[in-house]
Design a protein around this ligand. Structure first.
Ligand SMILES: *[C@@H]1O[C@H](CO)[C@@H](O)[C@H](O)[C@H]1NC(C)=O
Length: 229
């Protein structure tokens, strides 16, 4: 009997675990403003916390998101982040934001946020957006692509961890804002991580992975892969 109860308790704990750890941990206090001086700090589940007696309104404040980001780069887009690194008051709160600017035909290239779902709102322009599902359990199935054309006022969600992109298909600038379900969502830009790592991934690995000739990999690894946000 004891064994059966133990077994049922284990099933219950295992089935609840994904809900407990589905996003950044919930804060156990009102706030925990991030501070870099560890001498006057307490460590919680993010960065060090500023002594609450020293916290001021500006710890929860940032300005300047009305200014367009500089899109003069190879892909023609710029991400301006507002996460715990720019806004210390976000520490432990499980949320952040970005402004994204796109030149005409500018692209926010395929990337993932390892720790966050993203909800995007278009303010100006027309974006072609999409995401691809993870590898299906059934090997006969493909990674599925979901796409949509978005206009001002349209909202789209990119589920946590999935590869996604936004492409400005219009002749004018485009602007979007997005919320992310982590104080520190992280970004992995696929091409940069795979072809622009330091040191480079052994070309034999990439030749096999991408099923191309070595000169294609050499060419890709020789490109200048700069991050846009
Ligand atoms: C935008 O970035 C480009 C390339 O880095 C630079 O040459 C240019 O001065 C920047 N423009 C502004 C307004 O900062």
């Amino acid at each position: 009997m004891k064994i059966i109860f133990g077994f049922l308790a284990t099933i219950l704990i295992v089935s609840l675990a994904p809900f407990s750890y589905a996003s950044d941990p919930s804060p156990l206090q009102d706030f925990c403003v991030a501070v870099s001086d560890s001498a006057s700090a307490v460590f919680v589940n993010g960065k060090f916390c500023k002594n609450p007696n020293m916290v001021v309104a500006d710890d929860f404040f940032l300005s300047g998101l009305n200014k367009p980001g500089n899109t003069s780069n190879a892909v023609g887009s710029r991400v301006t982040p507002v996460n715990v690194n720019q806004l210390p008051g976000l520490n432990t709160l499980g949320i952040s934001a970005v402004r994204i600017d796109y030149a005409p035909y500018g692209l926010n290239p395929p990337h993932t946020h390892p720790r966050a779902t993203e909800i995007l709102v278009v303010l100006e322009g027309t974006l072609y957006v999409g995401f691809v599902t993870s590898n299906p359990a059934n090997p006969a199935m493909k990674n599925k692509l979901f796409t949509k054309y978005l206009n001002p006022g349209d909202v789209f969600v990119f589920p946590e961890g999935l590869i996604h992109f936004q492409f400005n298909v219009g002749k004018t600038n485009a602007v979007a804002f997005a919320g992310l379900s982590s104080q520190n969502p992280g970004v992995i830009t696929i091409a940069n991580a795979v072809f622009g790592s330091d040191p480079p991934i052994n070309p034999t690995v990439l030749t096999k992975a991408f099923q191309v000739e070595k000169n294609v990999i050499d060419y890709l690894q020789a490109q200048f892969w700069s991050n846009i946000g």
